[in-house]
Design a protein around this ligand. Structure first.
Ligand code: ARG
Length: 272
């Protein structure tokens, strides 16, 4: 079966953690009094970028800005589909200046950027998955933004209610395994309201379910190219389940970034 999983080349946008630190707390993972090992963080991040390149993916970088410690979490800056960019509007005032920094990169690269009218944190809460865009709400991105996304892209948006503050972004509780109409996902049901759980079960009856432990180890904050799954080595059971489904786990440890509430996917924006 593992032969049947075909990877596709992706283009990722990332931001070097030159100014990464935890200096405010906007999710339960963040403790400004707990030190971050910046050299270790840089090394872990470099390993992720190396793994992407080794597997044939293109990686572009945005210049980090002093005073924006969370800018490393590139996923939050936009959702890009078919070359159209839906930008960001952060919930936390501390992160709001990141939007213009990323918008400048997109503009210089030749893209127009649509600025959302209500709070919207890019791929953190917006996950293209087959025929739909799955959209999280409850902590950051608003339902108004979900409607705006649907209107902008003309793609059906499925709103999902997040209920656990440790899983404040959709991409901490769910990720997409492959491309195309029948894309499958992996997720942890405990992060969602009962109704949203039912929606996910109906749309993705063959989804790979993660344990609570693997979800808390950022196992669902993973990136898949359709074959290779760049995943936290701490999410052992999930990696084993994925391997049984024919995927090839590529372990990359971003433990220093977990202190800010982020992992592999948070550090990765996909340009589609
Ligand atoms: N400290 C950041 C925040 O709370 C982490 C963002 C993680 N990004 C993500 N895509 N989940 O906003």
């Amino acid at each position: 079966m593992s032969e049947s999983r075909v990877p596709s080349r992706r283009r990722y946008l990332v931001c070097e953690p030159r100014h990464f630190t935890v200096q405010y707390a906007i999710n339960p993972w963040m403790h400004p009094d707990r030190p971050v090992d910046i050299d270790l963080a840089r090394g872990q991040w470099a390993e992720l970028i190396g793994a992407y390149r080794t597997h044939g993916h293109t990686v572009d970088t945005v210049e980090p800005v002093t005073g924006l410690p969370d800018m490393v979490f590139a996923a939050n800056s936009a959702l890009v589909l078919e070359g159209r960019v839906f930008g960001s509007f952060f919930h936390a005032p501390e992160r709001r200046p990141e939007s213009s920094a990323y918008d400048s990169w997109f503009k210089a690269a030749g893209y127009d950027v649509h600025r959302p009218e209500s709070v919207c944190e890019g791929e953190g809460d917006l996950v293209p998955a087959g025929r739909w865009v799955l959209a999280g709400t409850g902590f950051r991105t608003t339902r108004e933004a979900h409607r705006e996304v649907q209107e902008f892209f003309g793609v059906p948006v499925i709103s999902l209610q997040l209920v656990n503050p440790w899983f404040y972004h959709l991409d901490t509780a769910l990720f997409v395994l492959d491309e195309g109409h029948d894309a499958n996902i992996a997720y942890w049901p405990g992060a969602f309201s009962p109704g949203s759980r039912e929606v996910l079960a109906r749309l993705y009856p063959d989804a790979v379910l993660a344990t609570r432990e693997d979800a808390l180890a950022f196992g669902l904050n993973s990136v898949s190219d359709g074959r290779h799954v760049f995943i936290s080595p701490r999410a052992e059971e999930l990696a084993a389940r994925l391997a049984r489904q024919g995927y090839v786990p590529v372990p990359v440890d971003l433990s220093e970034f977990h202190k800010a509430g982020g992992g592999i996917k948070c550090c990765t924006q996909e340009i589609r």
